[in-house]
Design a protein around this ligand. Structure first.
Ligand SMILES: Cc1cc2nc3c(=O)[nH]c(=O)nc-3n(C[C@H](O)[C@H](O)[C@H](O)COP(=O)(O)O)c2cc1C
Length: 159
C-alpha cells in the first residue's frame, strides 16, 4: 500500500512515535510518506491507498494543525482507508480522548485506533507548559514512554 502518515507534535514526542510507525510499515513493505504538519504542507491525498492521522493532546484537544487537516480534507478522506492515533500523558483516558478529538466520520471508519504513549521534555517546553506539566504530573524529570507494542499492533491492524 501507499500510505500517507500525517501528524503534528509540539515538542517532538509524536514525531518520534510517527517515525517508529513509519519504520514498522516500511518493514512490512509499504511505501510511506511521513509529513509533519507543523513544518510542511501535506501532498494531495489522491495518490495514497491509506491515510494515518495522529497528534498529541493538549488540554483535551489534538494539535491545531491536525484539526486544520480535517477541515481541509474531510471530503477527500471518505474514500480512503484510515487509521488514527494520539500521544498523551493521560493513559487511562486514552480511549476516551481518541474518541473525543477526531471527527465522528473519521473515528467510526478508522481501521486502527492507537495510543502511542507520551513524552515530557522540560528543556523544550514553554514556561507555561512547564508549570502546568509539573503541577499535573507531580514530576520534575523528563519522561519518555513510547508504547512500541501499540505501534506494532497498529501497523498490523492497518495492513
Ligand atoms: C500544557 C499541557 C497540557 C496537556 N494536556 C494533555 C491532555 O489534555 N491529555 C493528555 O493525554 N496529555 C496532555 N498533555 C501531555 C502531552 O500530550 C504529552 O506530553 C505528549 O507526549 C506531547 O507530545 P508532543 O511532544 O509530540 O507534543 C499535556 C501537556 C502539557 C504540557
Amino acid at each position: 500500500m501507499r500510505i500517507l502518515v500525517v501528524f503534528a507534535s509540539k515538542y517532538g514526542f509524536t514525531e518520534k512515535a510517527a517515525e517508529k510507525l513509519r519504520d514498522e510499515l516500511v518493514a512490512g513493505k509499504h511505501g510511506v510518506t511521513l509529513v509533519n504538519l507543523g513544518k510542511e504542507e501535506p501532498p494531495g491525498i489522491e495518490g495514497f491507498d491509506a491515510v494515518v492521522i495522529g497528534g498529541s493532546i493538549y488540554a483535551g484537544f489534538i494539535r491545531p494543525e491536525v484539526r486544520r487537516f480535517f477541515r481541509e480534507n474531510l471530503a477527500a478522506l471518505t474514500g480512503k482507508k484510515l487509521a488514527i492515533f494520539i500521544c498523551g500523558g493521560l493513559k487511562n483516558k486514552a480511549e476516551e480522548q481518541i474518541k473525543a478529538v477526531f471527527p465522528r466520520e473519521i473515528y467510526s471508519r478508522a481501521a486502527a485506533k492507537g495510543y502511542f504513549g507520551y513524552g515530557v521534555n522540560y528543556e523544550k517546553m514553554s514556561f507555561f507548559d512547564r508549570i502546568v506539566m509539573r503541577l499535573v504530573s507531580g514530576r520534575k524529570e523528563n519522561q519518555f514512554c513510547l508504547r512500541e507494542e501499540n505501534i506494532k499492533k497498529f501497523a498490523m491492524e492497518l495492513e
